[in-house]
Design a binder for this molecule. Structure first.
Ligand code: NAP
Length: 278
């Protein structure tokens, strides 16, 4: 298949591109050569590339900064997705969009299913959900992959931040009242590679297996890296005071993906261990 990947220099794309390039003809583009908010630029690129599948890895991902840059966040995470969806339809291509656990309302205490209530809290989360809605309205042949707490090579993420801070300081405060599923980008990439071209359109949760809070995640990172996990001290989201609100619970159930494709989430601790040893 011919695959067109936007946001090709981002963290997820860093894992995805080598994986799908082995079997497919893949073209990846990112800023500055392609701005997904520029309709005419995507239109002319798709006319040349003629992809069977478009994978949108591009996004505005600065969750806290989005609170003070709502227009830019909406332009990239919602309006550009609507445009990509329209162009996928007119070019007879499938579109894969990556979404987030932050679309859920955070009220549950057991893992979220794809049709559970949404209730995004911050600007980033609202824009991602509105992007999903726009995509469903505009392109029938779509897959929405909701993932969470991503880490991997080729990007700044919670794992790299914890490792850096743990080297610089003796005490680190990390919140223990937000629970979710850490996900290695390689695992999400594996799921994307399975769904593309399958024709089994729809919305899928795709995240690491099990659940933890940021405090537990941080301790595990240090432990597996041979550092002292006691450096990590628990705090609350309120005390920590990040700008954007986040769901207190957003673990996801991936059984829909497992039933449709045989994809099973690996326990998050196991995936983290392999990531840290590579
Ligand atoms: N990271 C997470 O924890 C997480 C969790 C759940 C879901 N997701 C979703 O997963 C997807 C991939 O995330 P990621 O962590 O790989 O993100 P990332 O590392 O920030 O990569 C996004 C890429 O998109 C590019 N980009 C930004 N605005 C663009 C525009 N207008 N046109 C074209 N490209 C643009 C970025 O370029 P610049 O770097 O130059 O801005 C970057 O290369 C996103 O949809 C994100 O919402 C992420």
């Amino acid at each position: 298949m011919r695959i067109f990947v936007s946001g090709s220099r981002g963290m997820l794309a860093h894992s995805l591109l080598p994986m799908i390039s082995r079997e497919h003809d893949v073209v990846g583009v990112d800023l500055p050569e392609l701005d997904i908010t520029n309709y005419a630029a995507i239109e002319s690129m798709l006319r040349v590339e003629r992809p069977d599948v478009i994978i949108n890895c591009a996004a505005y991902t600065a969750v806290d900064r989005a609170e003070s840059e709502p227009e830019l966040c909406y332009a990239v995470n919602c309006e550009a997705v609507r445009n990509l969806a329209a162009l996928a339809t007119s070019n007879n291509a499938e579109l894969i969009q990556i979404s987030t656990d932050y679309v859920y309302d955070g009220q549950k205490t057991t893992p979220y299913f794809e049709d559970d209530p949404t209730g995004p809290q911050g600007v980033y989360a609202k824009a991602k959900l509105d992007g999903e809605v726009a995509l469903r309205q505009t392109c029938e042949r779509h897959y929405i992959m909701r993932s969470s707490w991503l880490y991997g090579a080729g990007g700044n993420n919670f794992v790299s931040t914890m490792l850096r801070l743990a080297k610089e300081t003796d005490r680190l405060k990390v919140v223990d009242d937000q629970t979710g599923c850490p996900t290695w980008c390689r695992e999400l990439a594996r799921a994307i590679a399975l769904v593309m071209g399958s024709g089994k359109y729809g919305t899928y949760n795709a995240c690491g297996g099990g659940q933890t809070n940021w405090f537990g995640f941080a301790r595990q990172i240090l432990q597996l890296s041979g550092m002292d996990p006691e450096k990590i001290q628990a705090t609350t989201a309120k005390e920590f005071g990040l700008k954007a609100p986040r769901p207190s619970y957003s673990a996801m159930d991936c059984s829909k993906l497992e039933r449709a494709f045989g994809w099973r989430p690996r326990p998050w601790q196991e995936a983290l261990e392999e990531y840290l040893s590579t």
